[in-house]
Design a protein around this ligand. Structure first.
Ligand code: BES
Ligand code: MN
Ligand code: ZN
Length: 483
């Protein structure tokens, strides 16, 4: 939905007002107080009630629980309910009153966050639902009631920042949710170039011949089983006043069947999400450009699908990578690291101050952290600290796992410089250790988003499907570089 912020929304023009209500601290508003009392509303986090009122006709109270301040998860859940209720009621214009601030944040920050979340609250990937097409619900226009003390100029800035981030997150979710028969490497590259053009970012797309010329052995090996051409996408955002240069790499496996080491049928359809790292990179750069952040950013995205065929790469094969190192394939399902290796080498050559990669890399990371945290791997303690702090602030959380050299033992090969899989134990770590062999940048971080990039089912905070994990934390990190 489209979100504006206004200190005095015209209630006559609004179909439905939503008010967040905490258990202990009631909103400081007489008419709301009267409704709360009349309805016997307690404010518990799972409580909500829609009441008939005068102006506007409907008011919905949404409970946000006990806390003195709002937590990010509570606010997200509350705003997601707003979206759901508004959709059900076919509301066209709604207003949302948030009389609290996030813990550790001021009213301005809370409003900025709320606006970007609310913009996504009615999101649904419905591009291919033909049944409900004719009764397609019209877009909802939402107004957040502005907190006191913010001037017009500040409000407009908050509004446009939130819209920039929300647009980028939408791009990421649409890319991630698209099925792999349509979101091929070729299409992904086209979309990347389209988005780049829209926000004034340079895009270069390399095809098979150029990828061969660059000797990207990992990307070519994985692509051998496919009928789709591989793509290597480079995005360059270079604002004039840039102080720092950050390179971003994203895993762009448009479908991961496992290849010859084929995956079981159950949930294999979820492997259309295996390009969510790539989508995150595109979205982060889109956001940075829209926000005009003074940071130079290079994005590098290797893309192919991973399929079995007569020409597919096989266990036992030895592959020479772009940086000259050799890899013995023991499992063709460990394909992400093969394509990322070349991209990390490519990105290292651009000599960035920081290098960050995003990948739905391992099931082992999901076993370790579930769906609440992205796995963070880095040897740079300062970078770890900053990224974790940014993630906590914006509710896109990271949890650090080790990257010790001892784990290198797991990927030792007798026939080549290393194997592409270290087996099950510590699988997320051995994958990260593998990637490290291809990085030449002292400040590198690897984000394993396998458990966070998509929601397998609806949660109290979001719909099923791509979540854009990694985007908020990285945009906040990029902003912190220029603060
Ligand atoms: N794309 C998968 C990882 C994945 C699993 C993402 C579940 C999201 C949910 C990756 O390419 C993969 O298959 N990894 C293997 C590595 C193993 C063969 C060493 C895995 O995790 O099983
Ligand atoms: Mn795989
Ligand atoms: Zn994969």
């Amino acid at each position: 939905m489209q979100v504006t912020i206004s200190s005095e929304p015209n209630l006559q023009k609004i179909d439905h007002l939503f008010v967040l209500v905490a258990e202990k601290r009631r909103p400081d508003d007489e008419s709301v107080e009267a409704l709360v009392t009349r309805a016997g509303f307690t404010g518990r986090a799972d409580e909500s009630i829609t009441l008939l009122t005068e102006e506007p006709r409907k008011t919905t109270l949404i409970g946000v629980g006990k806390g003195e301040d709002l937590s990010i998860r509570t606010l997200r859940a509350a705003l997601y309910s707003v979206g759901k209720v508004a959709k059900k009621h076919r509301d066209r214009r709604i207003a949302v009153q948030i009389p609290y601030t996030l813990a550790g944040a001021d009213a301005e920050e809370t409003t900025r966050f709320a606006a970007s979340v609310l913009a996504q609250a009615d999101y649904k990937y419905d591009a291919y639902l033909t049944v409900k097409k004719d009764e397609k619900v019209l877009p909802i226009e939402a107004t957040i009631v502005a907190p006191e003390g913010l001037g017009r100029k500040e409000l407009r800035a908050v509004e446009s920042d939130a819209a920039a981030l929300a647009a980028a997150i939408r791009t990421v979710r649409d890319l991630g949710n698209a099925p792999s028969n349509l979101m091929t490497p070729t299409r992904l590259a086209e979309r990347a170039a389209e988005v780049a053009k829209e926000v004034g970012v340079k895009a270069t797309v390399y095809g098979r011949k150029e990828i061969e010329r660059m000797k990207m052995g990992g990307l070519l090996a994985v692509n051998r089983g496919s009928n789709e051409e591989p793509r290597f996408i480079v995005l360059e955002y270079a604002p004039r006043r840039a102080k720092k240069h950050v390179a971003l790499v994203g895993k762009g496996i448009t479908f991961d069947s496992g290849g010859i080491s084929i995956k079981p049928a159950e949930k294999m359809e979820e492997m259309k999400f295996d390009m969510c790292g790539a989508a995150a990179v595109i979205g982060i750069i889109e956001a940075a450009a829209r926000l005009e952040l003074p940071v130079k950013i290079t994005g590098a995205i290797p893309s192919t699908d991973n399929l079995p065929s007569g020409s597919a790469y096989k266990p036992g094969d030895i592959i020479t990578m772009m940086n000259g190192k050799t890899v013995e394939i023991v499992n063709t399902d460990a394909e992400g690291r093969m394509i990322l290796a070349d991209a990390l080498h490519f990105a290292s050559r651009t000599k960035p101050d920081h290098l960050i990669d995003f990948a739905t890399l391992t099931g082992a990371c999901v076993v370790a952290l579930g769906n609440e945290a992205t796995g963070l791997f880095t040897s740079d303690d300062e970078l770890a600290r900053k990224l974790i702090e940014c993630g906590d602030r914006v509710g896109d959380r990271l949890w650090r796992l080790p990257l010790w050299d001892e784990y290198k033992e797991l990927i030792r090969s007798e026939w080549a410089d290393m194997k592409n899989s270290g087996g099950r134990w510590g699988g997320a770590i051995s994958a990260a250790v593998f990637l490290k062999e291809f990085v030449d940048c002292p400040s590198w971080a690897h984000l394993d988003i396998a458990g966070t990039a998509y929601a397998e089912r609806e949660t109290p905070r979001e719909v099923r499907g791509a979540t854009a994990a990694g985007v908020r934390v990285t945009v906040d990190f990029l902003q912190s570089l220029s603060r």
